[in-house]
Design a protein around this ligand. Structure first.
Ligand code: SF4
Ligand code: SF4
Ligand code: SF4
Length: 380
């Protein structure tokens, strides 16, 4: 078994105040078809947040294993585009957070495409000490390949203009980029670009795909891209470059013998953990992860109808645990299991890639781990 979930904890919540978005990135899983979520601009009723926090507080009071060792609860405001909900709505949400401040130490992160940033938002972020996660796919060519405005033009120019403002205002931020078969570039180009625009903390993820888009990386491309990132990270002489996925692979490689639960803030796809950053939709629906919200079979319940405790003890959660553990026997025998741990549940889901019960990027990951290990431990 990969993980019996006996020490399951909630590391954070990914909260979607709206599913709507002002951009039309063509790889977006919310975009396309009859159920185009990006058109849905209804916002989350603050009551949903109240129920969630109240339920979480009760859970933590009742079951001490849910008390997180680092003592705080990150709320990651996600979308769609969360800024579309508006500053006033966020003021209502944050007022609710305040009601729980005696019990919960909440840290707020807003994951945004940044295009709707205004001086009102800047004041709000500064006042509430919000950290920003900014969606940025590298340089203009790379970014504008997929990240389009509704008129079809690229959004890079406006993002960079607003990023400059964020830096001037000293609001802490990192960026996250999506690499696809269409937009990939050399890691050195990316590294130099990030340095040029003053971004020292960033992450990359391979496109989340649903079979409709033609941007999935091949395994070879996956290995080349992430090996290249590792190489620039290793060679960075100023020590001022943190790339989350690379940092985490290196950390897991160095401490491979430790169990998953000793490193909870390591990316889930290398820690054998899943569902620890639960996603909450505007209507109160709960999913184990942001990546799984378009797969209805993983809907765990609704916070307006059930407590978190009931959700975690319910049949849907049991089903999710079974699915997570349903990996290929090959994984358990694999020489890279200590680092890979079967990878990501979403990338094993048949709706996404056709499943062999292994991470879609299995061959790519093997080659990547091998590359990193050789350089890290000077193996031949
Ligand atoms: S900014 Fe995010 S939510 Fe909006 S279209 Fe792009 S990927 Fe989708
Ligand atoms: S590298 Fe492949 S076989 Fe090995 S644990 Fe990962 S997914 Fe399983
Ligand atoms: S589905 Fe993948 S990304 Fe989501 S929590 Fe599970 S392992 Fe992590």
């Amino acid at each position: 078994m990969l993980n019996d979930f006996s020490d399951f904890q909630i590391d954070s919540f990914s909260i979607k105040p709206t599913l709507g978005c002002n951009l039309r990135c063509d790889y977006c899983y919310c975009h396309g078809g009859a159920a185009d979520m990006l058109q849905d601009c209804r916002t989350m009723n603050p009551e949903v947040l109240h129920r969630l926090l109240d339920s979480y507080r009760q859970l933590v009071c009742k079951q001490s294993r849910f008390v997180h060792s680092d003592g705080f609860l990150p709320l990651v405001w996600h979308g769609g585009e969360p800024l579309l909900a508006g500053v006033e709505k966020f003021q209502e949400y944050f007022k609710i957070e305040k009601e729980f401040e005696d019990h919960l130490s909440i840290h707020n992160v807003v994951q945004t495409n940044l295009t709707l940033l205004s001086s009102a938002w800047i004041n709000f972020f500064k006042f509430h000490q919000v950290i920003l996660g900014i969606s940025l796919d590298g340089n203009a060519d790379m970014h504008d390949t997929h990240r389009k405005k509704s008129d079809g033009r690229g959004s890079y120019e406006i993002v960079i203009k607003k990023l400059k403002k964020i830096r001037e205002e000293k609001i802490p931020f990192g960026t996250i980029g999506v690499v696809t078969g269409k937009n990939q570039m050399s890691a050195t180009t990316i590294y130099n670009h990030m340095k040029e625009i003053g971004v020292n903390y960033y992450d990359w993820t391979p496109a989340i795909f649903d079979g409709e888009h033609e941007c999935v990386l091949t395994n070879k491309e996956y290995t080349n891209f992430f090996s290249g990132l590792f190489d620039v990270w290793m060679n960075a002489s100023d020590g001022n470059c943190e790339i989350k996925i690379i940092n985490d692979i290196v950390a897991v490689m160095k401490y491979e013998k430790k169990t998953a639960s000793t490193c909870p803030r390591i990316l889930c796809e290398f820690s054998g953990r899943c569902g620890n950053a639960m996603s909450v939709l505007p209507n109160g629906d709960i999913f184990p992860c942001e990546c799984l919200v378009n797969l209805p079979r993983f809907r765990l319940g609704n916070i307006l109808e059930q407590s978190l405790e009931d959700i975690l003890e319910g049949e849907k959660f049991e089903y999710f645990v079974r699915e997570f553990n349903d990996v290929s026997p090959e994984c358990m025998e694999c020489q890279w299991f200590g680092i890979c741990k079967g990878g990501c549940l979403h990338r094993r889901a048949p709706e996404c890639v056709g499943s062999a019960k292994k991470d879609y990027f299995c061959p790519g990951r093997k080659a990547l781990f091998s590359h990193i290990k050789k350089r890290l431990f000077h193996e031949k």
